[in-house]
Design a protein around this ligand. Structure first.
Ligand code: NAD
Length: 473
């Protein structure tokens, strides 16, 4: 099942591995479509043949995670972009004709863009959806003909070990390799002279990575997070909005970069929304003794951070509605944090300054749409922005007067599942986007290729220039 470039020539340590990948790339700088498709197929096969092991590993890392959620978030959502790349690859690889402009066009010159592999790409991935966020980007990276070194998060050690085993069973290390380890390995990894480095994670680590990458001018794609707002329009169907927002907080207990971070709702409808959200949460997690469909916080450190937000909100006098039954499930060693709504938290609270990344939902009222837009624009540019309602004027205002990585109207998170839409952040939520053809292009070098015509179009540029234009000087 192994591809080319087995272990031959692999030195020791991270630099040795990188050198082996660089040598393999130099020996084969432009893999054929067949070779790339073979790599994508091997990756898809190894993903699908490890379904049950993936479910087990995620459960080990989270205390327990529903097989249904893991199957959907880690397997289905990861297989889809790989399949798309396999079917579209030949089309993506085709050189793109551009117009050389007049007079060159008439004289028979040609201009094209050729998409070339970058070389060796490094991938540092997070713990929250650890299989998907490690493997889905490979659809674009491998389609573009690159070699890859990956470092999954140490916060999900069982999944990291499984990823390493899975990849080693199907790929030679000079082709695609997984290295495991914590922050120290992360530091060493991000200092390597990759041809491109993709980092998915939080803003604080992203700054370390950017500093390390600057040493070699390594180009970066940063997939970060932030506080993604959900704006409820005046005429919105609140029962529908509540069901969809609630899903965004129940899914992985809100530990999703695209989770709705906080809700802005017209003051006149605030109470109605809170009641509709309680109903929606009950509908999804009906067991009053605690539902196994609700996952724990990844570890005590994150649970403590989330509990701290709630404590501070309570002390400030904000209304805190804790749905304590959602955190009741007695999973051995799991750090349960219940779903909690905080109504009208002060903007100065940590809950309203930091990305929540957990099952807490601040509800903030607004008097007029202008104020809501202003409060969104007063914060760093978010990864996602959500709007519920059908007011076309409001949608137009929202789309033209705010900036975010992506937008979903009348739902949350869903633009991520569109393989033909670029996925990425802007400003503090990241740089560079991938998915589908945008991923292929992100991890390729778009090389300008110009073919001169047989006519001597360059003659007028060559000296001797003579006196013709001297009067211009
Ligand atoms: P994390 O703490 O697991 O860190 C991610 C990776 O960075 C790990 O592999 C870790 O070892 C490495 N790392 C840590 N310190 C490092 C250093 N100094 N130098 C180099 N590497 C280092 O992940 P996290 O930050 O807790 O992840 C959560 C964040 O990720 C949230 O902010 C979330 O919004 C964001 N996120 C974004 C996306 C997206 O696609 N945009 C997806 C998921 C998560």
């Amino acid at each position: 099942m192994h591809g080319d470039n087995g272990t031959k020539g692999v030195g020791t340590g991270l630099s040795g591995l990188l050198q082996a990948q660089q040598a393999a790339y130099a020996a084969e700088p432009y893999p054929s479509a067949e070779q790339r498709i073979d790599r994508l197929r091997r990756l898809l096969a190894v993903l699908e043949s490890h379904e049950s092991r993936i479910v087990e590993a995620l459960s080990a890392d989270f205390g327990y995670r529903s097989p249904h959620q893991t199957w959907f978030a880690e397997v289905v959502t990861t297989a889809k972009p790989l399949r798309l790349a396999i079917s579209r690859l030949r089309h993506w690889m085709r050189p793109e004709r551009r117009s050389p402009g007049l007079p060159f066009k008439l004289l028979g010159a040609r201009a094209e863009v050729h998409y070339q592999p970058l070389g060796v790409v490094g991938v540092i991935s997070p713990w929250n959806v650890p299989v998907n966020l490690a493997i889905a980007p490979l659809a674009g990276i491998l389609a573009a003909g690159n070699r890859v070194m990956m470092k999954p998060s140490e916060a999900t050690p069982a999944t990291a070990a499984l990823l390493q085993e899975m990849i080693a069973s199907a790929f030679g290390p000079a082709e695609l390799a997984v290295v495991t380890g914590g922050v120290e390995v992360g530091r060493e990894f991000s200092a390597l002279p990759f041809d491109h480095l993709l980092y998915t994670g939080g803003e604080v680590v992203a700054k370390h990575i950017m500093r390390a990458a600057s040493e070699h001018l390594t180009p970066l794609t940063l997939e970060l997070g932030g506080k993604s707002p959900t704006l409820i329009g005046e005429g919105a169907d609140l029962a529908l909005a509540a069901r969809r927002i609630a899903f965004g907080k129940v899914f992985n207990a809100g530990q999703v970069c695209l989770a709705p971070d906080y809700v802005l709702v017209p003051n006149a409808r605030k109470r109605e929304l809170v009641d509709a959200l309680i109903e929606a949460f009950k509908g999804m997690l009906p067991e009053s003794s605690g539902s196994r469909d609700f996952v724990a916080a990844i570890n005590e450190r994150h649970a403590g951070r989330l509990r701290g937000y709630v404590q501070e909100a309570r002390a400030s006098g904000a209304e805190v509605i804790e749905l304590e039954w959602t955190g009741r499930s007695e999973l051995p060693g799991a750090s349960m944090v219940p779903l909690t709504m905080v109504v009208e938290p002060a903007p100065s609270l940590a809950l309203m300054r930091e990305e929540i990344f957990g099952p807490l939902l601040p509800i903030v009222g607004y008097d007029c749409f202008e104020d809501a837009l202003a409060s969104i624009n007063a914060r760093p540019r978010p990864l996602a922005l959500y709007y519920f309602g059908d007011d076309r004027r409001q949608v137009r205002e929202l789309l033209t007067r705010t900036v975010s990585g992506g937008v979903t109207l009348n739902d949350v998170i869903m633009h991520y599942t569109m393989d033909d839409l670029p996925f990425g952040g802007v400003g503090a939520s990241g740089m560079g986007a991938y998915h589908g053809r945008d991923g292929f292009r992100r991890f390729s070098h778009a090389r300008a290729v110009y073919r001169q015509s047989r006519f001597d179009v360059g003659a007028m540029l060559r000296p001797p220039y003579g006196p013709r234009f001297e009067r211009i000087a």
